[in-house]
Design a protein around this ligand. Structure first.
Ligand code: ATP
Ligand code: MG
Length: 275
């Protein structure tokens, strides 16, 4: 059995990936055993949004003190976290042998889970693109800011070179209102279609909402903290769509796919084959 995986990513930083991942993970966990992977290695904060204090992180795994199973932090019923560790710059670019060990052990570990969620680092580093390409689905997060859209386009362009047949989904976060969200989504679809020939699928938008910051500060995913807040209601709809998507696909196996995406080396086009 392989787990179905989703990578939450963005071009620009600070757009809401970790906040979204925290709640999507909580949603999935109430329906099947879920592993949240903080793929922002060396700068992770997924544990803060789950309100837990990890005893170990992927830093300990890489430094060979633990197996990957040992570094899991329980976050509540059905949800475990692989914390990314913070303030460790060398984690942002893993060595080839460390990447190989990570993918091998993930391949073994994932059989215990139904869903894997990757909370990615921002940007288009080789490591980040590998995680995005290896996951079954990519969820791009962008805001109405023109810089966020430009960077999301840049991300999709590179992703499309690495995994041409991969299907990208996207959400607009921090929209002022529905009209602004629609305009942003239309523009993003239009440039993606025109210049890349791909059609990312829009799942919806989340409004700017003070309840988000409050839930982050409390260390509780918004869906558990304040599901009836405007962003909470929107998130329930988006998490539901993602859950259905993950439940219906045939998982390729994250560990196995990671093994085929470059081992930390610069990625070459079309290295990920759809199997
Ligand atoms: N819809 C929203 N309304 C209000 N605030 C929001 C919303 N979405 C995100 N934020 C705020 O934006 C901040 C950044 O969010 P988050 O940490 O999830 O971004 P990120 O994309 O994971 O950042 P990084 O690229 O650094 O990993 C959070 O402190 C959160 O409170
Ligand atoms: Mg983050």
């Amino acid at each position: 059995m392989r787990a179905a995986s989703l990578c939450v990513a963005s071009g620009k930083g600070g757009v809401g990936k970790s906040f979204l991942s925290a709640s999507i993970a909580a949603y999935c966990a109430s329906r099947g055993r879920t592993l949240l992977i903080d793929a922002d290695l060396g700068m992770g904060n997924a544990h803060i949004l789950q309100g837990v204090k990890p005893q170990a992180s992927l830093v300990d795994f890489i430094e060979r003190e633990h197996t990957i199973g040992d570094i899991r932090t329980p976050c509540g019923e059905g949800l475990d976290l692989l914390a990314g560790g913070s303030g460790i710059p060398h984690m942002a670019v893993l060595q080839r042998e460390d990447r190989a060990r990570l993918s091998d052990q993930l391949a073994e570990l994932e059989v215990s889970y139904k869903f894997l969620l990757l909370d990615s680092a921002a940007g288009i580093s080789s490591q980040t693109m590998s995680f995005a390409a290896a996951a079954d689905r990519l969820l791009l997060v962008l805001t109405p800011d023109v810089t966020s859209m430009t960077d999301a386009y840049g991300f999709l362009k590179v992703h499309n070179q690495v995994r041409p047949a991969g299907e990208a989904l996207f959400v607009i976060n921090r929209a002022k209102d529905e009209e602004q969200a629609h305009k942003t989504a239309d523009k993003f679809r239009e440039v993606s279609e025109r210049f890349l020939g791909v059609q990312p699928r829009w799942l919806g938008f989340l409004p700017e909402d003070p309840a988000v910051g409050a839930s982050v500060n409390r260390g509780t995913p918004l869906l558990l903290d304040d599901p009836s807040a405007p962003a909470g209601r929107a998130l329930t709809g988006i998490a539901g769509q993602l859950f259905s998507e993950l439940e219906c696909l045939s998982p390729r196996g994250l560990g196995r796919s990671l093994q085929s995406v470059g081992g930390g080396q610069p990625l070459s086009p079309s290295v990920v084959r759809e199997t």
